[in-house]
Design a protein. Structure first.
Length: 244
């Protein structure tokens, strides 16, 4: 069995997931890259020493279980789970009809059920590691009434409560935390109507007077993974935007 810690990072072919995978690999952790499409994930895995890429869609029944099983088969263990896979739709909050039941289902399948399914599959292996840790990428929108759409915000509120419930349920062997980013400059916002105005607003209003980067969030994730006496927390990574 490998002596290096092993981390599975879902949705890690770009953005926050990719930045987290790079941070973990740089600290000596063996990383399993996960993506729904193969090319970007395989390219990132090729950059990182000892990394493995496994294609899977955690929102599909059975795929999260397969992802965890193939991780353990490839690496011999699982110590860390970072749930970075997520999706959204950019829908004005007052356009209730556009946020159709299908939109709600699509978002919840990835953002809530995908997290639940992956943690459930990983829990026995994380417990066996002796110091298992989970961090899920949530959002400031799960705490405050904002965000790209109402279904997205509600899905992240569910993730936050799931984090607290699982921290109580899975301790002491497994710690479970989440990060709640504010406006982070990732490919999600490329070409989105109004994103430039939102960026300017953040730069003019939050205490740190700038938007965040994927690396900012990755730093917070790695901190929570290593903080042995923190569990059940949802950590804002928003430049102080929650104070405004």
């Amino acid at each position: 069995m490998s002596e290096a810690r092993v981390a599975l990072v879902t949705g890690s072919s770009s953005g926050i997931g990719a930045a987290t995978a790079r941070r973990l690999a740089a600290s000596g952790v063996r990383v399993v890259i996960n993506s729904r499409s193969p090319r970007a994930g395989e390219e990132l895995a090729a950059e990182l020493p000892g990394a493995v890429h496994i294609q899977a869609d955690v929102s599909v029944d059975g795929e999260a279980e397969r992802l965890v099983r193939e991780t353990v088969e490839a690496c011999g263990r699982l110590d860390i789970l970072v749930n970075s896979a997520g999706t959204t739709r950019f829908i004005p909050h007052d356009d209730l009809a556009a946020a159709s039941p299908d939109v709600w289902r699509d978002i919840f399948d990835v953002n809530v059920l995908g997290v639940r399914q992956t943690i459930t599959a990983a829990a026995p292996h994380l417990r066996a590691s002796g110091a298992g840790a989970v961090v899920t990428v949530s959002s400031q929108a799960g705490v405050r009434p904002n965000g790209s759409s109402i279904p997205y915000a509600v899905s992240k509120a569910a993730v936050n409560h799931l984090t607290r419930l699982l921290a109580r349920t899975l301790g002491p062997e497994i710690r479970v935390n989440a990060v709640a980013p504010g406006f982070i400059e990732t490919p999600w916002y490329d070409g989105v109507e109004g994103s430039a105005d939102t960026k300017r607003h953040v730069e003019n209003s939050v205490p740190l007077r700038r938007t965040g980067s994927a690396e900012d969030v990755a730093d917070a994730i790695v901190h929570l993974l290593d903080a042995s006496y923190i569990t059940g927390e949802v950590l804002f990574v928003d430049g102080g935007g929650n104070l405004v």
